[in-house]
Design a protein around this ligand. Structure first.
Ligand code: NAD
Length: 446
């Protein structure tokens, strides 16, 4: 056979290289997400051991109850049909309908969705809202879709999974790369199938379609509420405190804004493209306006670009808010974290081994399942308002959110002190106990 020469040979070599690279990345991601689920289970085991759960209790609470995987065929703008892998994991529904967002991302794996669904069960239980845990995901890079393709994909997801969803069974919401518009298409698809207008089937909707006032900034409000509580316990004066925020999306930027309003000086912020530092204090409004204009922090003039993005985690600040992704504080960098207080805005930003290091060095960590539960709390309030058909002003929503977050913080803190465990283990103990008690009261059907 004739050997290909010149450009053709080069093209084939490049294709082979790209294929190898794709396989390597896929393998690494599988491992990374498998580790997120493994970390979630380690957290469970530690709390279960301290609660002295029986094997039967563990059998009813630890693993996801239902994992659904489908292929979504979508007609692309050029007429071709592409299949997208999609998941819905329902982890536990013993305390109420399952609750959890739907993520559109090219790196979604079933293990990642299992970990996120697990955290949702225990997040709802920590703040004591009557819902269980679930999560959904579609393997797609949404930047490669036109608005029409994105709409057809969203509608097909709801249509394929429609038997799982309902205001009394499983209530999805937005997550990474899915917002109010995707929720509106999914709601419309549900309503057209069921012939009933049931806005409580999905949360994170636009206000015009039954969304709740205050939902957009609820996660960050909850985080800042926890920071206030922790600062009291640590005798940390927020008016002289400094903070670094990793991730400058919805959660990170709003947390920066609310912290500034509490007198905290934000000295570093970052996004996927880089980290920026200004020890005199960053003008948060200017940074938010820059991102609104440019789509990222790139080119932000109000601070100096750090050499490495991860340097932000190691700065000498009082408060660190990881608000980007999972597995950011690991054994590789935990010893270099100098913040006194870590408020986990992201889900799973700290690995269990890193947690031990932080505990050993006396860092106070407000764990994700408590710290970022403000988002699901206001989603629950949205669902309540949908079911009443009566809508509250934002001040009422914010008051309820504050009351729920403060009470959850106090309960977790008291348990941590009483049992001499970290805030994370205490949060899991409180949550697992609630799920276990509800499960035993219901008993085992059939
Ligand atoms: P988002 O997409 O609005 O923002 C994410 C931000 O993180 C972006 O600025 C992105 O550039 C940045 N980022 C990504 N990788 C990074 C990296 N390696 N280093 C630094 N920055 C990086 O998402 P969001 O809604 O703000 O969510 C952030 C985190 O909070 C996620 O883990 C999410 O699951 C969690 N969370 C969100 C909510 C919510 O209500 N939005 C609720 C609970 C938990």
């Amino acid at each position: 056979m004739a050997r290909p020469y010149g450009k053709e040979a080069q093209r084939r070599r490049q294709e082979r290289k790209a294929a190898v690279r794709r396989r390597q990345i896929a393998g690494a991601l599988e491992e990374w997400h498998a580790s997120a689920f493994a970390h979630a289970l380690e957290q469970f085991d530690e709390a279960a051991r301290r609660l002295r759960l029986t094997e039967n209790q563990i059998a009813m609470t630890k693993l996801p109850r239902r994992i659904t995987e489908v292929l979504l065929p979508v007609r692309m703008d050029d007429g071709t049909i592409r299949n997208f892998r999609a998941f819905r994991v329902q982890h536990n529904m013993v305390r109420g309908p399952a609750k959890g967002g739907i993520r559109f991302h090219q790196d979604v794996t079933v293990d990642e969705v299992k970990a996120l669904a697990f955290w949702m069960t225990y997040k709802c239980a920590v703040v004591n809202i009557p819902m269980g845990g679930a999560k959904g995901g579609v393997v797609v890079d949404p930047r490669t879709l036109s608005p029409g393709e994105r709409e057809r994909l969203s509608r097909r997801y709801m249509a394929e999974m429609i038997d799982l969803f309902g205001p009394d069974s499983d209530v999805p919401g937005p997550d990474v790369n899915t917002g109010p518009q995707v929720m509106s298409w999914m709601l419309d698809t549900y309503v057209m199938h069921k012939r009933d207008f049931l806005p409580g089937v999905i949360t994170g909707k636009p206000i015009e379609l039954g969304g709740s006032a205050g939902r957009h900034s609820a996660t960050s409000r909850g985080i800042v509420c926890c920071i206030h509580k922790a600062a009291e316990r640590l005798n940390l004066d927020l008016r002289t405190a400094t903070a670094a925020i990793q991730g400058f999306g919805n959660v990170g930027s709003n947390a920066a804004k609310f912290l500034t309003q509490s007198g905290v000086k934000i000295v570093a912020i970052s996004d996927v493209d880089g980290a920026y530092r200004n020890m005199a204090g960053i003008d948060v409004d200017a940074a938010i306006a820059h991102v609104a204009r440019r789509g990222s922090l790139t080119g932000f003039k109000g601070a100096t670009l750090l050499r490495r993005r991860s340097q932000l985690l190691e700065l000498p600040v009082d408060i660190l808010v990881p608000a980007a992704l999972e597995n950011q504080i690991t054994t590789q960098n935990a010893r270099r974290v100098r913040a006194r207080l870590i408020a986990e805005g992201a889900n799973g930003p700290t690995t269990p081994d890193a947690d031990e290091i932080l505990e050993g060095q006396g860092t106070f960590v407000i764990p994700d399942i408590l710290c970022n539960a403000g988002g699901v709390t206001v989603s629950y309030l949205e669902w309540v308002q949908n079911r009443m058909g009566y809508y509250w002003p934002e001040a009422r929503v914010n008051d309820d959110l504050k009351r729920i977050m403060e009470s959850a913080f106090d309960e977790v803190y008291a348990l941590a002190r009483r049992r001499r465990v970290s805030m994370r283990i205490a949060a899991f103990m409180l949550a697992i106990r609630r799920v276990t008690e509800a499960s035993e009261m219901r008993g085992l059907y059939a």
